[in-house]
Design a protein around this ligand. Structure first.
Ligand code: ATR
Length: 280
């Protein structure tokens, strides 16, 4: 019998995950289907237990449910998901245990490694201090990066840096306001934009312009709508290496796929599927 996987969120209509995972299942000849379900936060508990009762193979959670999941005591979060404070992947173990993981940071790490970018010991500037920044910062701190989180609301950056510092991870971390960005970038190896600047419909906005960037920098924009953000264009103009947000989306999905099935998914096909869906 076909095994069902799903993503829960609200809104959920524009999710690219069904296309990506269904393409992978089909290419691997696995008798599985992945579907998007609109689930409100107050129904999350019933929805997850219902999925477990119906023998679902696994779940993804997206906005606004990732943080809600940690409030459910039947979900056992792994240490990274607990630190990040959000679960995006749920696993139903044969023992009946329900585990929560967060693959967003792993997706960002894999996108950088795929572009042959060194993480350990690199000086990384993360712009933004929201949920995405948390996932990326905790992961890269665990990987030994030297991180500065900068944010429009400086206190949020300082708070995130304080939380990560308390974890005795190998990497160093600081927080700052946006005004320090230009100077920080001069000595940085990697800039990661996790803010909504540049995202449709604000496609003219950017966290930095070409004059503030340089050719030994890698610029990674986690925004993938539009596919080429203004920040990535500015980075190209400065001669910097660029990494697309689509890769983070693909790799966080691939990590979830591996956790559920133990099978290595076809990354290139997943990427192609996402690109086609975005261009449609
Ligand atoms: P997510 O959970 O997806 O990361 P979020 O929590 O809404 O989203 O965070 C959005 C981030 O973009 C925040 O860091 C936000 O800065 P503030 O904490 O100051 O709100 C940042 N952001 C949004 N609009 C911005 C703008 N116009 N200029 C600079 N930063 C902006």
């Amino acid at each position: 019998m076909k095994q069902v996987f799903g993503v829960f969120g609200n809104p959920i209509g524009h999710s690219l995950s069904p296309a990506m995972h269904n393409a992978a299942f089909s290419a691997l000849g696995m008798d599985c289907i992945y579907h998007a379900f609109r689930v409100r936060p107050e129904k999350l508990e019933k929805a997850i237990l219902g999925a477990e009762a119906m023998g679902f193979g696994g779940l993804n959670l997206t906005v606004p449910l990732k943080e809600e999941a940690l409030k459910l005591d039947f979900i056992k979060p792994d240490p990274l998901a607990k630190r990040i404070g959000a679960v995006n992947t749920v696993i139903f173990e044969k023992t009946g245990e329900i585990q929560g993981y967060n693959t967003d940071g792993l997706g960002a790490r894999q996108a950088l490694l795929n572009a042959a970018v060194e993480i350990e010991g690199s000086r990384v500037v993360i712009a933004g201090a929201g949920g995405a920044a948390r996932a990326v910062a905790f992961q890269l701190a665990a990987d030994g990066a030297d991180i500065t989180v900068i944010n429009r609301t400086e206190e949020r950056a300082l708070e995130l840096a304080k939380e990560i510092s308390a974890e005795t991870l190998p990497g160093k971390i600081n927080g700052a306001g946006l005004s320090g960005l230009k100077e920080l970038l001069q000595d940085a190896d990697i800039l990661i934009n996790t803010t909504t600047l540049g995202m449709h419909p604000n496609t003219d906005t950017t966290i930095a312009t070409a004059e503030e960037l340089h050719s030994s920098l890698t610029v990674f924009d986690i925004v993938y709508n539009p596919l080429e953000t203004r920040l990535l264009r500015e980075a190209k103009a400065a001669g910097a290496k660029t990494v697309s947000g689509v890769l983070m989306l693909v790799y966080q999905g691939a990590e979830a796929f591996k956790l559920w099935t133990g099978v290595e998914p076809p990354i290139e096909l997943m990427k192609k599927t996402i690109l086609e869906a975005l261009q449609a």
